[in-house]
Design a protein around this ligand. Structure first.
Ligand code: SF4
Length: 241
C-alpha cells in the first residue's frame, strides 16, 4: 500500500474505533450562517463552555445582528467578556457585521448556501480574523459542505497518529487530510476527534493506556492512564454540532 492508501486505511480504522467508543455524532441542525460565523470566532483560542456563554450573552443582549452592528464596541466587549480575548474579538465581530451589511444590504450570509465550496471559502476568508479553520467550520456546520476543518484537537491527534507531517500549519493540515477522508466521513471524523482530544488524547498527559487508538499510535505513552473512553462521560463529550 502507498503512503496515502495506508493513511486512508488508518483513518477508516480511527473513525470506526471512535464511533464504537463515543457513538455516532448527532445529525447537524440547521443554523443561520452568521450565527455560526460569530460563534466560531468566539470559540477561537478558548474552550467550548466559555465561547458558548459569550455567544448566548451576545444573542441575549442584541435582538438582531443589525443591532450589534450599530452598538459601541465596548458594549459588545462586555457581552463577550466570558469568552476571553474580548478586546480583540469585539471590534473584529462588529467590523464583520458591518462589512456584511455594507456588501449585502443586510446582516445575512444565507446566500452562501447557493454557491460552490471554493466560492464560499474565498468569501469567508476575506473577512478580517477569519482563517482557514474558521471558514471551514462555517462551511461544515452552517452550509453542510463536506469539508474538514483542522482545529487544535484534530491537528494534535492526527500528528500523534502519524497522519500529518510535523509542523504542518493550519492551511497545509486541512489540505493534507481532506483528500484522505471520504466526504461523508468528514463531519463525524471532525467531531469524534475533538471529543477524543478533550477526553483522552489531551495536549498534556494523554491517557494512552486507555486509548482506543493505542495500537495505531506511534506516539503512545505506555504509562498508567486514568480514563475509560467507553464511559458515559466520554460518550457525552461528543460535540453535537
Ligand atoms: S495513544 Fe496516546 S497519543 Fe496516541 S492517540 Fe491515543 S491518547 Fe493520543
Amino acid at each position: 500500500m502507498s503512503g496515502p492508501a495506508k493513511k486512508r486505511a488508518k483513518l477508516r480504522c480511527v473513525l470506526k474505533l471512535l464511533t464504537d467508543s463515543y457513538g455516532p455524532p448527532m445529525p447537524m441542525r440547521r443554523r443561520q450562517v452568521v450565527d455560526v460565523l460569530i460563534g466560531t470566532i468566539l470559540s477561537q483560542n478558548t474552550n467550548g463552555a466559555n465561547s458558548s456563554e459569550a455567544f448566548r450573552d451576545l444573542k441575549h443582549r442584541f435582538a438582531t445582528w443589525d443591532h450589534a452592528a450599530d452598538a459601541p464596541v465596548g458594549e459588545i466587549r462586555r457581552c463577550i467578556h466570558s469568552g476571553g480575548l474580548s478586546r480583540i474579538k469585539a471590534p473584529r465581530i462588529r467590523k464583520i457585521l458591518r462589512d456584511i451589511r455594507a456588501a449585502r444590504g443586510e446582516v445575512s450570509l444565507e446566500h452562501l448556501r447557493d454557491v460552490p465550496p471554493p466560492t464560499a471559502y474565498q468569501y469567508l476568508i476575506g473577512f478580517d480574523g477569519v482563517g482557514p479553520k474558521t471558514a471551514l467550520c462555517v462551511m461544515l456546520f452552517a452550509l453542510g459542505m463536506e469539508v474538514f476543518p483542522v482545529d487544535t484537537h484534530v491537528g494534535r491527534i492526527t500528528r500523534r497518529l502519524g497522519l500529518l507531517p510535523q509542523g504542518a500549519g493550519a492551511q497545509k493540515a486541512h489540505e493534507h487530510l481532506t483528500p484522505l477522508i471520504p466526504p461523508e466521513a468528514r463531519y463525524p471524523m471532525h467531531l469524534l476527534l475533538i471529543a477524543h482530544g478533550r477526553a483522552v488524547c489531551r495536549a498534556q498527559n494523554p491517557l494512552c493506556r486507555r486509548c482506543v487508538l493505542l495500537r495505531l499510535c506511534p506516539h503512545a505513552r505506555r504509562g498508567p492512564g486514568g480514563c475509560d473512553p467507553s464511559s458515559k462521560r466520554n460518550r457525552n463529550a461528543v460535540h453535537k454540532g
